[in-house]
Design a protein around this ligand. Structure first.
Ligand SMILES: NC(=O)c1ccc[n+]([C@@H]2O[C@H](COP(=O)([O-])OP(=O)(O)OC[C@H]3O[C@@H](n4cnc5c(N)ncnc54)[C@H](O)[C@@H]3O)[C@@H](O)[C@H]2O)c1
Length: 362
């Protein structure tokens, strides 16, 4: 099959590595407007055919029905190449966040639908991992009783993309290029995970906030206007049953950094580390008035890494196989969660996302 990568930077290279683990040989094409980055990519993957012009790459040969284009450019450059790729008759796997704003995201899905192509989002990077599937299995089994509360906090003290992490990619800090801060960066994974596990038919965003704690090394010579700490209080509904969700995500905070994911029900609770599959999953319940804590079995580790998953899931979807990919409307719903949170933070008005017609699970 043929894989076209648009954006030959950090994540474009990980997608190329993932391509070689697919179950069939891959012919690699790559486009980047920066000739230096393109050269580095082609040195690492000498069999790749390189282009500095996206349209030229897409026009270089007729589309085949299982061609996949990966968009691995910064968010401000997701829309145009996605449109070009879909209009060329190819399926598109787009990096997260899907777009800069909701109207762009909607239009991308409409173009995909019009051309009868799949559009997926790389927000599914952590989906299908054994520890996530173990959590899902317990949640669906009813073992927790009535689930009433979820804590989902991933708070790092100093891990800002564009400063502590990948300082060469300053676009992360500029909202006109990134669309937003830590929510646009990590929220796609958070909401894919929460929605996959809780399988809601409706989400109400009750309150939300965003903040930008300052540090002495904040850059002042470039635009830096994105949030690095964000939070929300949400109610997830499964049928009419409410689950109260406390959500927080930080790449910079003056409070203590910690990670906590916990689901509480009337009969027991589950605690796990969402984005680290090496950490155990614990369940707790009562025995004769005492709390019992046990580690649960999570099954063997997958042969694929989190960097392989987006392409592997999407490839399976394109091939018509069972898959963890979130495509078209499901990809849009994930993006709408981010936009709703921002909107509530800005306006103070509640927002509801109705997922009943489409659902968010595979
Ligand atoms: N870096 C990570 O760890 C990581 C992880 C997961 C997802 N992502 C996502 O991947 C995307 C890219 O991030 P990155 O870290 O690889 O960025 P990067 O800065 O390393 O690379 C981006 C590349 O895109 C190229 N580019 C920009 N506009 C272009 C255009 N119009 N046409 C062709 N090429 C263009 C740039 O020249 C650059 O080489 C972002 O959406 C990001 O959120 C990054």
């Amino acid at each position: 099959m043929r894989l076209y990568i648009i954006g030959a930077g950090v994540i474009g290279r990980t997608h190329a590595e993932a391509a070689y683990k697919l179950s069939e040989p891959v012919q690699l094409r790559v486009a980047d407007t920066n000739p230096n980055t393109l050269t580095l990519f082609c040195e690492q993957f000498p069999e790749a055919v390189g282009f500095t012009n996206v349209q030229e790459m897409l026009n270089s040969e007729a589309a085949q029905k299982d061609d996949i284009v990966i968009i691995s450019t910064p968010p401000m450059a997701h829309f145009d190449p996605t449109k070009q790729a879909l209009e060329s008759g190819r399926h598109v796997l787009c990096e997260k966040p899907l777009a800069m704003n909701e109207s762009q995201a909607r239009e991308m899905i409409q173009i995909a639908d019009k051309h009868n192509r799949l559009i997926g989002c790389c927000s599914v990077r952590f989906k299908g991992m054994p520890h996530m599937e173990a959590v899902k299995k317990v949640v669906r089994s009813g073992w927790l009783g009535d689930i009433y509360h979820v804590t989902f906090v991933n708070k790092w003290e100093r891990s800002r993309s564009g400063i502590e992490y990948q300082p060469s990619s300053r676009w992360f800090l500029d909202s006109t290029k990134s669309g937003g801060g830590v929510l646009m960066d990590w929220g796609p994974y958070d909401f894919t995970t929460l929605n996959d596990i809780l399988n809601p038919n409706k989400i109400v965003f009750n309150t939300a906030w965003r903040a930008k704690p300052m540090t002495e090394i904040d850059p002042h010579d470039i635009p830096f206007d994105v949030e690095t700490h964000v939070g929300a209080s949400m109610t997830y509904f499964r049928s009419n049953h409410p689950i109260h969700v406390h959500y927080e995500r930080a790449s910079c905070a003056h409070g203590e950094g910690y990670v906590k994911a916990e689901i509480e029900g009337t009969l027991g609770s589950l605690r796990w580390t969402p984005f680290d599959s090496k950490q155990p999953v614990f369940r707790r319940y009562d025995k004769q008035g005492q709390t019992i804590e046990e580690q649960i079995e999570t099954g063997p580790r997958s042969q694929y890494t989190i960097f392989d998953n987006p392409l592997h899931h999407f490839y399976r979807k394109v091939k018509g196989l069972e898959s963890h990919a979130n495509v078209n409307d499901y990809a849009l719903q994930n993006f709408q969660c981010l936009q709703s949170l921002y909107s509530v933070a800005e306006t103070g008005q509640k927002q509801t996302i109705d997922l009943s017609s489409k659902g968010v699970t595979i």
